[in-house]
Design a protein around this ligand. Structure first.
Ligand code: TYD
Length: 140
């Protein structure tokens, strides 16, 4: 059974930024900079103005969400607590633990939401109904 994580367990990680007059570099290395093995990388882009994404939780998956370009807001919920974080720096990532509901909104024009994920894609890992999520958290 997974741990009953709260939104307070979901923290911002700051990666090293290599400054260069001709442009900066941030490297994220498996086993060094992230607290899980990265099995998948995906990114959201071309999000139309006013759209929101997410509206689900995962049972086992954990992720680091990075605004590789632009900005957006992530609202996290654990069934008791709620917090909203704005991501707007490509060298910062939000570590989203398993069992956390997330909504992603207020995408700036051209924003890129880069996600480092601990598992490959499995629809069975999703909880897409909010009431099911609340019940799931209660029985953990
Ligand atoms: P979903 O995770 O629900 O998107 P978001 O949280 O950004 O709104 O994914 C939307 C669809 O994209 C999903 O039904 C299947 C597909 N998908 C994949 O095929 N592979 C993936 O790694 C992801 C994240 C999504």
């Amino acid at each position: 059974m997974p741990d009953k994580f709260t939104v307070f367990d979901c923290q911002i990680l700051t990666f090293r930024k290599v400054f260069n007059r001709a442009g900066n570099i941030t490297a994220v290395q498996n086993g060094i900079d992230v607290p899980f093995d990265i099995k998948r990388i995906y990114y959201l882009y071309d999000v139309p103005g006013g759209e929101s994404r997410g509206a689900h939780a995962h049972k086992d998956l954990q992720q680091i969400i990075i605004a590789a370009s632009g900005s957006f807001d992530i609202t996290l919920e654990d069934g008791r607590n709620k917090k909203t974080v704005q991501l707007n720096r490509p060298f910062m990532g939000l570590h989203v633990r398993p069992g956390i509901w997330r909504d992603i909104a207020n995408f700036s024009s051209g924003a890129i939401c880069l996600v480092l994920a601990s598992e490959t894609y499995t629809e069975d890992d999703y909880i897409r109904n909010y009431n099911d999520f609340i019940l799931y958290k209660e029985q953990l």
